[in-house]
Design a protein. Sequence first.
Length: 392
Amino acid sequence: MTLAAGHPILAIPGPSPVPDRVLRAAHRPSPDIYGDDLAAVNHDLIARLKWVAGTDAHVAPYIGNGHAGWEAAAANLFSRGDAVLVLVSGYFGTLWAAHLAGMGLAVETMDCAGTALDPARLADRLARDDGSIRAVMVCQTDTATGVRSDVTAIRAAMGDHPALLVVDAIAALGCAPMQMDAWGVDVVIAASQKGLMSPPGTAFVWFSDRAAQAGAGAGLRTPYWDWGARAQAQALWQFWGGTPPVQQIFALREALTMIAEETLPTRWARHEALARATWAAFDAWGQGNPAIALAVADAGARAPSVTAAHVPGAEALRAYTATQMGVTLGIGIGADPATALRVAHMGHCNAAMLLATLGAMQTAMAALGIAHGPGAIEAACAALARHGLSSL
Ligand SMILES: *Cc1c(COP(=O)(O)O)cnc(C)c1O
């Protein structure tokens, strides 16, 4: 027997659940792409994209996924052989570093061993640099470990070193604060399918004037990736380097409208509350089984949008929640999927969806005989209730 029929819950860290409003906004035939109506929607989208990243500077949109965002940013900033320093707090940092090396950069990594960087380490490394490091690059949220990097602390640690600060905010934007201009971030990279609650297929690179100047002679730049043409665009096709992704534009505009309606501070607080409830559940489960543990011990270094954990029998547990309960959990990556999994509380996820996810996990543990401490759901409810009081 299976109890999975009903509204499915997707708790993987991207693509994240797409709200019905966003799907409906996309569900339309293509209009005249030379018409004024679509151009106006696109202009509104571009303005909202700058708002969500906290910048008045530039944004270049691309058809592509997060990897396309990585490539776009690097192509506009660097020449072959340029030195960059990637702060690695999980497998996404490792992948990014490999991607940059594949583009011909001289990549140095600073391994933060699955937690947040100690800013003093970065300050120390940059103090010994002869000026050759062109950029410091970091994932704000590493989606594999669920580590949150403190972007303002990293900026402060960079002091007056001239390197650019490039932030992969793919798993953070719309879930955690990003104040690109106020924080002194030079480049932000994000994509549509995570905190921005839209179908996969579009990526964005925001860049400061300083980044534009630093990248002026970038040898890796090619016409398709050139951010200048897109950021200065007037005609619709120029924004997108060709045919615009019409239905995506409508979807994204609707998603950003929803984000504005909720307000960014409420959204950030919601993600924080859902994350804390998730951690509370894992702490209770772990009380009865030391093999159940969050991947990041330091709560201050945990991301608000995704939680990674060690759970014995994780593969069987995920299979059980998917086939028996209608809940899809994230696979452990950069870790052994047999004993690691991820719970996303990203984007379009409310308290009820999270409790259902945690309840499905506890049901699976009971059914599969995975030892676990009691009181996890109560602890999650209590964490949510505390949030409710504090935000009244
Ligand atoms: C998802 C993700 C990526 C890769 O995005 P794709 O859309 O899968 O190419 C890169 N960095 C981070 C932090 C991510 O979460």
